[in-house]
Ligand binder design. Structure first.
Ligand code: ADP
Ligand code: MG
Length: 912
């Protein structure tokens, strides 16, 4: 903004505040050239900030694309209220009445000064933005006072042009002259509208007008007199006021505007007549709304965002600037003094002019930068809220008369003008997007598109229908063609069919003909046939004779065959008899051999009995090895008479192989006899080697496994026991699984004698030094101990013998240093049974156990177990009480040679 304006204002302010007479000497203006008079066409604004505001604002005003509505606050620029003073020429009355007096004011327009004469020798000087003499033309007044404001309005700002002054000083003359008689008389309103209409484009812009009168705080519509209480509406956000009730007439040309002004004037006159008042007491307000679309250079200037795609363009609402020009012809200011005095009631104040006095107060408050501006005190101040201290460019013309008689009124008017000059407005561009018209435009486009779409839709449907009809026609045509072709084909085939039928009929006829011809031929051959028949019957009789001959021969052959068959059956019978004979012979041979074995057995038994009788031995001695052998022999009571030689003879007669083969005979009795014979033979040491060599031992062992017969088990086990006395045989028995077979036999045996034989066999094996580990490994000791369940003394004696044999072998091995570990007997849990039976009443049992204990005790590693098992006591007992001296001695020696035993005996304080 022009800094000159600011300085200028300060100068004005100071000066006017003081209101001193000495101020005349001071340079009151800081115009670029104060000495230079105002140019003829130079407007009020050109003297200060307004000129640069007018043009500068257009360029610097920021676009509102982003902000929408109005421009931003920072777009506002200061714009002080401009005040011009206009002096009316003396009127006819004054020319007469004041003829002898000087005017109360003296104007110095080149210095924009006004000198107010206080009396003949004293004046006050005031400076204004413009000083218009009584000679100032209406055109010049318009240009300096109103034109800058009108230009601002056209640029999108609000603007106010107001006239203030005593009644009759020319307010209405300045503002409202229509200039009908003389165009030079046209006032500000008419000229402003002329400029507006010349500048706007009626295609894109609009100008509309309201015309109102404010009288006694009632706002009347001068364009519609029935509307005499228009309300003022304030936008709560922006504070902008609007008069929705006021008639708004769009102006398209000057002529219609003048019509409107005349109409308004007429209504004003009528209203004042009706209300019995005068126009000098009412305020007239003309409001001109100018709405302009911003485009071209201005628009480009306004758009800050670079987004200018086609879519954005098409959807962008038009930017509009809405300037409002308010022209106010105020009521006569002579009332103000009266209203300003105190003690008035509201009604009185109203009658005097509430609005005018409120305007004065507001101007005062604004001029003094008072915190409170009583805008709401009156309707006028509310209506002019934007004009003073608001966003509008405001130009005030104060009108004064020259008459010294009205010095007081003139002074007050001048003071009002001086205060108004201090009011600072912040001009704001009223620019916004016209969403409404965009919406309208889009609505229209949408309607057009809908119509277009509808048209296309219709055309499309028509096309579909056309195509459908066409297709249907084609289909029916094709169908027709097809039907025709079918019919044609059908007829063709029918014809062909008929023709072929006809041909067939012809053929048939021909055949018929041929057939009848053949019949004729047949009659001629009948004779021939009769002759042939004769020949045939002759031939038949010959054949019959031949057949008879054949039958005859056949019966002869059959007879021959029958005699041959009977001979064959005779042969078969003879063969059968022969076979039977052979079988019987075989059976008899078997019987013979059996009888032979029985005989052999009997002769053995007889021999044995005799032998025993010869030796003078009494009956059987249980437990002994000899008795075992004798027991192993079947007990046969009938006395035999064969000598040993005779047995051997028999033996040789029958043959060992034969006997052994009978062990596997099918007949159970044969098997039993055979095993008995073998057992008897095995009892003889001289036979044992032969039996073993012939596989007898293997067969006997096999019998233990295969046979279910306990007698066979018993006799076989006895034989095995006898064979087991030989060391070589012992190894053979072991290698052929004898231990497990014997164990199995013992487990299944019920007869104590069977167990005795088994135990005897194992006991023999126990006496073999080489077989100790193998025997024990295959469960021999366990098998022996298992048999003590049977409490039969013969069985127990064999078990004891086995244990004694085993212990003897172990002690032998330990003496030779071959054995360093604990006795396997102790390992297999024999010790408790040994201790239990050490003092058995049956002497064969007791004897064997005593020996076994002595043998075990000889090996020091067994000592600890024997002590804990109670064997020590038995040994002590044996060493003291045994009836056999050799055993007693052995026990004693054993005890005394064992440090463990000795230590234990000492511990127990047994004197030994
Ligand atoms: P106001 O509206 O202030 O009461 P008017 O405009 O009605 O005063 O003026 C009163 C009279 O003075 C009118 O007859 C008018 O023609 C005349 N008059 C006012 N100003 C001038 C002027 N500048 N030149 C000639 N006559 C004027
Ligand atoms: Mg008037």
């Amino acid at each position: 903004m022009a800094s000159g304006g600011g300085n200028y204002r300060n100068g004005t302010h100071r000066n006017s505040l003081k209101g001193t007479t000495t101020a005349t000497d001071r340079p009151l203006s800081v115009n670029s050239n104060p000495s230079k008079p105002a140019l003829k066409n130079k407007s009020l604004s050109s003297a200060g900030a307004s000129a640069s505001a007018s043009s500068g604002l257009r360029k610097s005003s920021p676009g509102s694309l982003g902000g929408g509505g109005t421009t931003k606050d920072d777009a506002a620029v200061p714009g002080r209220v401009r005040v011009a003073v206009r002096l009316r020429p003396r009127n006819a009355e004054e020319l007469v009445a004041d003829a002898d007096f000087a005017d109360c004011v003296e104007l110095q327009p080149e210095f924009k000064r006004l000198k107010l004469r206080k009396n003949n020798w004293d004046t006050d000087t005031y400076e204004f933005d413009e000083v218009l003499t009584e000679f100032a033309s209406q055109k010049r007044v318009y240009e300096v006072v109103a034109k800058p404001v009108v230009e601002s309005v056209l640029d999108g700002y609000n603007g106010t042009v107001m006239a203030y002054g005593q009644t009759g000083t020319g307010k209405t003359y300045t503002l409202g002259r229509l200039g009908e008689e003389d165009t030079a008389d046209r006032g500000i309103i008419v000229r402003a509208m002329e400029d507006i209409l010349a500048d706007v484009s009626l295609e894109t812009d609009s100008v509309s007008v309201s015309y109102l009168q404010l009288y006694m705080e009632s706002l009347q519509d001068l364009l519609d007199p029935t509307n005499d209480n228009i309300s003022i509406v304030e936008d709560p956000k922006s504070g902008d006021i609007s008069l929705p009730g006021a008639t708004l007439v769009e102006i398209r040309d000057q002529r219609s505007f003048l019509e409107l002004l005349r109409l308004g004037e007429a209504h004003r006159y009528a209203a004042n007549t009706r209300l019995n008042t005068e126009s000098s007491r009412s305020h007239a307000l003309l409001m001109v709304h100018v709405k302009r679309s911003v485009k071209g250079r201005d628009l480009a200037h306004s758009i800050q965002n670079g987004n200018t795609t086609n879519l954005a363009k098409s959807l962008r609402p038009t930017l509009v600037r809405k300037g409002k020009l308010v022209v106010v012809d105020l009521a006569g200011s002579e009332r103000i003094d009266k209203s300003g005095s105190e003690g008035h009631t509201l009604e009185e104040a109203k009658s005097i002019n509430l609005s005018l006095s409120a305007l004065g107060k507001c101007i005062n408050a604004l001029a003094e930068n008072s915190a409170h501006v009583p805008v709401r005190d009156s309707k006028l101040t509310r209506l002019l809220r934007d004009s003073f201290g608001g966003t509008a460019r405001t130009s005030l013309v104060i009108t004064i008369g020259p008459s010294p008689r009205h010095r007081g009124e003139t002074t007050s008017t001048i003071m009002f003008g001086q205060r108004a000059m201090k009011v600072e407005n912040m001009l704001k561009l009223k620019e916004e997007f016209d969403y409404k018209s965009l919406a309208r435009k889009l609505d229209i486009q949408l309607d057009q598109l809908i119509m277009e779409h509808e048209r296309k839709q219709k055309a499309f449907e028509d096309e579909i229908e056309r195509i459908t009809t066409h297709a249907e026609n084609q289909i029916s045509e094709a169908e027709q063609n097809y039907a025709n072709a079918m019919e044609k084909e059908r007829l063709k085939y029918q014809k062909e069919y008929m023709e072929s039928i006809k041909k067939l009929e012809e053929k048939w006829m021909m055949n018929q003909q041929k057939h009848s011809e053949r019949k004729d031929q047949m009659v001629s051959t009948a004779e021939e046939v009769a002759e042939l028949k004769k020949l045939l019957s002759k031939e038949t009789s010959i054949r019959k004779a031949a057949e008879e001959e054949v039958n005859n021969l056949k019966s002869q052959i059959a007879q021959l065959k029958m005699s041959e068959a009977s001979a064959n059956s005779e042969v078969l019978k003879l063969r059968k008899t022969l076979e039977d004979e052979a079988y019987r012979k075989e059976k008899l041979e078997g019987e013979i051999s059996m009888l032979q074995t029985q005989l052999l057995q009997l002769s053995f038994e007889a021999d044995e009995t005799r032998r025993r009788l010869d030796r003078g031995l009494p009956g059987k001695v249980p437990g002994g090895l000899d008795s075992l052998i004798s027991q192993a022999r079947p007990q046969v009571n009938d006395s035999g008479n064969g000598e040993k030689a005779s047995i051997e003879n028999l033996f040789e007669q029958v043959g060992l192989q034969k006997i052994l083969s009978l062990l596997e005979a099918e007949d159970a009795d044969v098997r039993i006899h055979a095993v008995k014979v073998v057992a008897n033979l095995a009892a003889e040491e001289s036979n044992q080697q032969k039996i073993v060599e012939a596989g007898g031992l293997t067969s006997l062992l096999a019998l233990l496994g295969t046979s279910k017969d306990e007698t066979i088990h018993r006799v076989a086990a006895g034989a095995i026991a006898n064979l087991a006395m030989n060391e070589t045989n012992q190894e053979l028995i072991m290698s052929e699984g004898g231990i497990s077979l014997l164990s199995m036999t013992a487990a299944n045996a019920e007869d104590p004698q069977t167990l005795r034989m088994v135990a005897g066999a194992i006991a023999n094996l126990c006496g073999n030094d080489k077989l100790q580990n193998k025997l024990r490994g295959e469960g021999g000791i366990k098998a022996l101990l298992g048999m003590v369940k049977c409490r039969h003394p013969d069985v127990l004696a064999q078990v004891a013998r086995g244990i004694a044999n085993f212990a003897k072998c172990e002690s032998r091995a330990s003496t030779q240093g071959n054995k360093t570990v604990r006795s396997l007997l102790i390992e297999d849990g024999a010790l408790p049974w040994i201790v239990q039976n050490a003092n058995n009443e049956a002497s064969p049992i007791r004897r064997h156990i005593e020996l076994a204990l002595c043998h075990l005790a000889q090996h020091e590693v067994n000592a600890r177990d024997m002590i804990t098992g109670g064997a020590l006591w038995e040994l002590v007992r044996i060493s003291r009480d045994c009836s056999r001296e050799d055993i007693r001695t052995l026990a004693h020696r054993t005890l005394t040679s064992s440090p463990t035993f000795l230590a234990e005996l000492r511990r127990l304080r047994i004197d030994y």
